[in-house]
Ligand binder design. Sequence first.
Ligand code: PGA
Length: 253
Amino acid sequence: MEIFVVPDAAGTGAVAAGILAAVIRSKPDAVLGVATGSSPIPVYEALAEHRLDLSRVRAFALDEYVGLPAGHPQSYAEVVRREVTERLGLDPALVSVPAGGADDPHRAADLYDAAIRAGGGVDVQILGIGHNGHIAFNEPGSELDSRTRVEVLAERTRQANARYFRSVGDVPTKCITQGLGTILEARQLLMVVNGADKAEVLAAALNGPVSPGCPGSVLQLHPHVTVVADEAAAMQLDGREGQVAVRVAAPCA
Ligand code: PGA
């Protein structure tokens, strides 16, 4: 595991975008796993600055709410369209988001899992981490080998995401999420974490036991993980054998 610690959120974006840009330069039709939430936004902003031709890049989103009407501005289909597809100039036909509006979301989840495999798998999966340790919408208790499925959102997650809605009551209660086993099949995991409020959970995920109680701890099971954290989020990490903590004073492009 490689851990980069940078001064601030803009720095995390610059370092993570540099990693993505290198992958795309060597594989112009790379498959990116894209995450929503606030942490990856600086990554997409910084990647756009690289001005690469991303027209052949393919992308799979991690998750989607179940039950929002099509076109709802907070559906991840819309968030990904705005923040990723349009910002980076991806071909919308090559960007997939789970079908949270499907009549049968369970079947939609199965089809999504199969589509990722049929697409050759994800080259680099961008991840954030929730305060309760979730990655994608794999809440605590998720099986370590879980597949893409319909899940119930934890109350803490709905509270955290209420900032994007009028009230917490408007946040959907269910989602389709890639499973932990699905995520672990990506060839590289790239986690981006900002802020002192994530310090405790990041330390639990990287230094604590691997357990469904902290879904982010599955990173410890993957052979190619890069974590990019700002100093506040990295505050409680301890150096451990096998981990390389690299302090980057100035963001590298
Ligand atoms: P955030 O969300 O980046 O908005 O903090 C992370 C997550 O819940 O996975």
